[in-house]
Design a protein around this ligand. Sequence first.
Ligand SMILES: NC(=O)c1ccc[n+]([C@@H]2O[C@H](COP(=O)([O-])OP(=O)(O)OC[C@H]3O[C@@H](n4cnc5c(N)ncnc54)[C@H](OP(=O)(O)O)[C@@H]3O)[C@@H](O)[C@H]2O)c1
Length: 288
Amino acid sequence: MRQKTYVVTGANNGIGLETSRALAAQGAKVLLVTRTKEKGEGAKADILSTHPEANVESFVADMSLLGDIRNAGEMILERHEVIDGLINNVGTWMSDYVVTKEGIETVFATNHLSYFLMTHLLYPALRNAEDGRVVNVASNAHSYGKINIADPGYSKNYHGLKSNGQSKLANIYFTFEFHNQSPDDHVSAYAVSPGLVKTDIGLKHTSWLHTLAWKFRRRKGQTPAEGARTSVFCATDPEIAAISGKYWEECRTKEVFDSARQPELGKQLWKLSEEMCEIDDYFHQSRR
Ligand SMILES: NC(=O)c1ccc[n+]([C@@H]2O[C@H](COP(=O)([O-])OP(=O)(O)OC[C@H]3O[C@@H](n4cnc5c(N)ncnc54)[C@H](OP(=O)(O)O)[C@@H]3O)[C@@H](O)[C@H]2O)c1
């Protein structure tokens, strides 16, 4: 049987590293996407230390930058004609309003646009798989999210909770809309809640108050390996191949919160994301 190939973004620590390790343990080839070469090599060495037989490659991209994502997507496609699954896992939590050098607010760029653009770029290879899958790591934080179409960066009234809630809600609308619009029935999309997971996400770009709050909150969290289970399940379980466009937690489908029940908003977000990523036709490779 052909060895399956998965791409994992944000693969160098936390849930992404454990997702990559679990996929490699199942005998898959895993393409790690990390911010720097060193982080990629570190993650590779970590996985090989527990699974010496693992087949792991690494690709570099700052996932807040559309140009970097395009370069990484092209490099992946050059080397891999078939991709069985893309796990859009990369994520950041920022206390302050920070704009990337491309002029986009960093959390919206990293947590939503990177999922949207990387899926578009790798779609030709996902379509070549018998059962291609897109797993979008979302969160129950979507419950307090609001999609701000007019100002997705919340430039006038930024708060870390607002930007995180919006981005995780965007992951769910993207999953639903991808399912509605995808012309290929054999490419399925899954939005995943990993639950509360003890990672460093709330310690990296956070004020002292938010750092303290996360240190306190994460004490009740699961391990990153436990947090990776639903992502791995949605990427690989043969029984759920046809169950596209749903929200999952603990390897089961789950109802979304009311914030995610406005399909019209999902369409508006899709249009805005196409504009921002300069995509003319999402399911075909073309660029303005
Ligand atoms: N932890 C939780 O309780 C929880 C709950 C719900 C949802 N989630 C979601 O789970 C996903 C993984 O988060 P986590 O908790 O595992 O956090 P994490 O340990 O901080 O992992 C996030 C990963 O994304 C990478 N990343 C962030 N910004 C990047 C950029 N601009 N370019 C390249 N890589 C970048 C990080 O790399 P660096 O090390 O270089 O920063 C890291 O590898 C996120 O989407 C998060 O929203 C987490």
